[in-house]
Design a protein around this ligand. Sequence first.
Ligand code: FES
Length: 158
Amino acid sequence: MELGAVNGILEKYQAKRTSLISILHDIQDQYNFLPETALKKVASSLQMDLNDLYGVATFYKSFSLVPKGRHSITLCLGTACHVRGGPKVLRQMKKELGIEPGQTTKDKNFSLEVVNCLGVCAIGPVMVVDGKFYGEMNWVRAKRIVEKIMKKENGGRA
Ligand code: FES
């Protein structure tokens, strides 16, 4: 893997350990996940133990060690969202995307995640698409949202 961008990011933060989280964020933004080769490079530049670095990378939910899709779909299945129909929305998303939670579609367009409460139970079921919250979700609306993104990804073709 081309590590030019990682070198640039390390230079930007002068390879300071205190900037570790910012460095990892920039790498994640660049590659959409934290590639192993990049983490090895960071560990050696910051003179850190690679296991400690993995510890940090796995502690924060915003980091991923596996490639993510261009669009992230997160469904809440906490109690409030569950009783209001969250599982039906999940079933539709699994069908629509052909993946299970925690997976990314083959074309790398979508990643699907399930969480246990996003703190906005009153508007459940909640679905978050690329950081945007959608409340009172049902499977028909969820399908429409995903189809719209798919259409855009296909250059306007359905
Ligand atoms: S249970 Fe879904 S937001 Fe709280």
